[in-house]
Design a protein around this ligand. Sequence first.
Ligand code: SAH
Ligand code: SF4
Ligand code: F3S
Length: 453
Amino acid sequence: MKKVHIKTYGCQMNVYDSQRMADLLSPLGFEETATPEDADLVILNTCHIREKASEKMYSDLGRLKPHKEARQEEGKSQIIAVAGCTAQAEGAQIMKRMPLVDAVFGPQSYHKLPEIIARAMRSADKEERRGRGILEVDFPAESKFDSLPDARAQGPAAFLAIQEGCDKFCHFCVVPYTRGAEFSRPAADVLKEAKALVDQGVKEITLLGQNVNAYHGDGPGGGTWSLGRLIMEMAQRLPDLRRLRYMTSHPRDVDESLVAAHRDVGILMPYLHLPVQAGSDKILKAMNRQHTRDTYLRILDQFRNARPDIAFTSDFIVGYPGETEEDFEDTLRIVREVGYAAAYSFAYSKRPGTPAAALEHQVAEEVKKERLSRLQALLQEYQKAFNASMIGRTIDVLFERDGRYEDQLMGRSPYLQSVHVKAPKRLMGEILPVTITGATLSSLSGQLDIIDA
Ligand code: SAH
Ligand code: SF4
Ligand code: F3S
């Protein structure tokens, strides 16, 4: 048995990609290991979204050096590969800066992993290879999905990528460059992968895409399916599937079929991540978001009308070039108006090659920091209040993993809250009603209504 260590940075799509890489490597005799020291192959699946994320990759590579050298002294080789969005963006530069890297490949090329590894292994110990590793950062004509083996389930909740890439070109964002143009998998492929997961006991599927509601996959009988249609068909065709989610959506791509899916499909969870980024129309325009504050709020109303118990989450960027104190207060105002159940928020990070990086009026780091902490304090108030509103309610919980204590399990509510419950191990993978008795900023605790001794 050979060993592979995969480290994942960034978003859920990268988590999915890492799992698929492990699925590809398993038939080649690679078993996963949690530590890089004993690995024959180390893959860093990187993220390029903010400067910090790509810096982290370089410091992690620096830390791998002594392990690789120690193994070489023992006569054992170690292949180091960089995958993901930083690989796509920086390509050969990574090997130049870090000669210990044997291979660099982008998010659309990882189906070539068996071939990449075979080549890297042949040349790993040769002196003349130095600085001349393997580079795969083209966007290949064939879809990687056609070459991947069946997905292996890793528990009762699974990710399923249905769409990739982005054509929106928000002016701050690298994703359109690292993931390429929008692409939707044919609906038949999605249904097949979903069925394989459900057959392995998966109860909850989260459909993934950089812009998942831009989904327009070929339908099995001709025509194209929207995301709303796909969700309805999945619910009908997979009776053992109990929960569906999707992320991340763009307000521009919300259509009637998606709103209807929230009204008509019981297994579609009443929880929607719909990033707004900022509350000021001036900033939204400068960001090229292609929606205003008002059109965004009206979209939320449509979802609320379709599904009154729906809750929303968002991403925010503070300190976008040109953001004044007034603009920032518009962001605080939209938070109060919507009352988000949870949210991610970031200080704007200048990314090479994006239009916003070249703008004048960049906001000073101290100002960004100060605004971010004010925004986060407000978001946390709402998150705490949302969690506290669950106390006394009985909600369905999908038990997903062991809890903090021996006699506990950890599960997820419909709103993705972590719920700690005293429960026997045999309930793992079940969905059961739990009465919530406690709430903190980040989790809930509760009691199972019925436990048969
Ligand atoms: N496709 C998704 C998510 C993209 S990346 C969407 O459209 O919302 C996830 C989040 O990272 C974004 O929503 C944004 O809030 C943040 N982000 C992207 N680029 C950034 C940058 N240059 N600086 C800070 N945050 C950024
Ligand atoms: Fe980036 Fe905007 Fe595309 Fe989201 S919609 S991935 S933020 S360019
Ligand atoms: Fe990062 Fe690429 Fe995801 S840049 S956020 S890993 S799409």
